[in-house]
Design a protein around this ligand. Structure first.
Ligand code: NAD
Length: 434
């Protein structure tokens, strides 16, 4: 039972419908994980909303309730799911193919439940994800027609599932690299461009638009442009809806966002950071396409620049050589290996090296973040927080992009990648308790 908070927050009563775009490795690991936790056959490890505590008052008071007891979050029992995917596999077949969770231990016992989640036809266009060939796709004369069909899907799911509230999370493939253009500047331009089938409007934007028009918060787990455009950001603010996202950044980039602040805190210099990965899942295959990889690369490269502030510390970070590689290597499946070679320098410029070899499981790291996003975005909506949810992460905005955003929005426009750094928001929402 959540304790009373200091802000007027609508209660988390009834069901929360989680609408996932993409029913691949991350989504199925998330859904199957939630069901296993509900049945007591696993723990929600990696989920801040489920396992995290929050300190109240002074350290010596030793008051640290669980976050979920401090703010009103939806209960796992109240989650219901649906998904869109151009591949027609139900959640069981997709999870087996993804090969993340053990079939006998975590999938077969919940087979009926997973089989019941069949993907809705997707708004999909191979132009944006070259390596996929989907058959379960919507047809329509214009992109606007597709967006209207997505809106209908949202209304249908709400009715069918009996959900009180909804959230939508993009856990679909990384789209090709796009930059903000005239089609993205205003809602009128965006809607006109949908009607003209403008290539500047990617499928992910259609989902985000449909979500916002149906008053559903939207979080993006891929580095696509998606909601990073003035038209959708303004729409979210006008309709008092939370949005966010720039990739889950769960593996190698998580390590970067931990190590880089350590170097900066010690005022150690950075000469170079070479990161390479081998990854054998479908995501790896999609990212093998240079256009999808560019989207990922841009977003990964931005992290260091934002954290290290080379403008402010030119002697330390003014000349960093940063390289990121993702290599598709099928034998590894979802078990990625990420190597980092980091060249740092210290007192009088003497060089040192750090090597990181992270043998991680991509979707095992991402699934709890999907859960946290669903719960915290729902909380944000009930608390009437709108626009980009800065508190859901450290920012990966490059200063260059930020300056551009300032110019185009007349204010500090920041883009955030998703990660479970929600303490400031939780503290703000629970302020009355402190
Ligand atoms: N796994 C991780 O830890 C991790 C970390 C950061 C980011 N991501 C990103 O999360 C996303 C999902 O990763 P994954 O490992 O589940 O990939 P995946 O390939 O297993 O699943 C993605 C699914 O999205 C579907 N899809 C593609 N375009 C679609 C569209 N327009 N509409 C609906 N569905 C569509 C694909 O058919 C596929 O089934 C990727 O963009 C990935 O880069 C993953």
């Amino acid at each position: 039972m959540a304790q009373q908070s200091g802000r007027d927050i609508a209660p988390a009563t009834g069901k929360l419908g989680v609408m996932l775009v993409g029913l691949g490795a991350v989504s199925t690991t998330f859904i199957a994980g939630v069901e296993n936790v509900r049945r007591g056959t696993g723990l929600p490890i990696g989920s801040l909303s489920q396992m995290g505590t929050i300190r109240l008052g002074k350290r010596t008071e030793k008051r640290s309730p669980k976050i979920k007891e401090f703010v009103s979050l939806a209960e796992l029992q109240d989650l219901v799911f649906t998904a869109w995917d151009p591949i027609p596999d139900d959640a069981y077949a997709a999870a087996v193919k993804a090969g993340v969770l053990d079939r006998h231990e975590h999938l077969d016992p919940i087979k009926d439940f997973l089989r019941g989640i069949k993907p809705l036809p997707a708004a999909f266009d191979q132009h944006y994800v070259k390596r996929l060939h989907g058959t379960n796709v919507k047809t329509g004369k214009t992109k606007r027609d597709l967006a209207e069909q997505l809106r209908q899907d949202i209304r249908d799911f709400k009715r069918r599932s009996g959900a009180d509230r909804l959230v939508m999370i993009w856990a679909a493939s990384t789209e090709v690299f796009l930059t903000t253009g005239p089609a993205h500047q205003s809602l009128a331009a965006f809607e006109r461009s949908m009607e003209q089938n403008d290539q500047a409007i990617a499928p992910s934007m259609l989902y985000a638009y449909a979500a916002l028009m149906e008053s559903v918060p939207f979080a993006n787990g891929a580095p696509n442009l998606t909601v990073d455009i003035p038209a959708l950001q303004r729409l979210a603010e006008e309709r008092t809806l939370p949005i966010g996202g720039k990739d889950f950044k769960t593996g190698q980039t998580m390590m970067k966002t931990v190590l880089a602040p350590a170097f900066k805190a010690r005022m150690l210099g950075l000469a170079g950071w070479y990161s390479t990965n081998i990854l054998g899942n479908r995501d790896g295959e999609v990212l093998d396409d240079p256009e999808s990889f560019k989207t990922k690369e841009e977003s990964k490269l931005g992290v260091l620049e934002y954290i290290l502030q080379p403008d402010q510390y030119p002697e330390l970070y003014g000349n960093v050589f940063h390289k990121v590689r993702i290599n598709y290597y099928p034998p590894r499946g979802d078990n990625k290996e990420g190597w980092d070679n980091i060249d740092i320098f210290g007192w009088l410029g003497y060089p040192m090296q750090i090597k990181v070899d992270f043998l991680c499981r991509d979707s095992i790291l991402a699934a709890p973040i999907v859960l946290d996003l669903a719960l915290f975005f729902d909380l944000a909506q009930r608390a009437r927080l709108s626009g980009i949810q800065e508190s859901t992460s450290a920012s990966n905005t490059t200063r260059r992009r930020e300056r551009r955003a300032v110019r185009s929005h007349g204010r500090r426009g920041r883009r955030y990648h998703l990660g479970p750094v929600v303490f400031p928001a939780v503290q703000a929402l629970g302020r009355g308790r402190r």
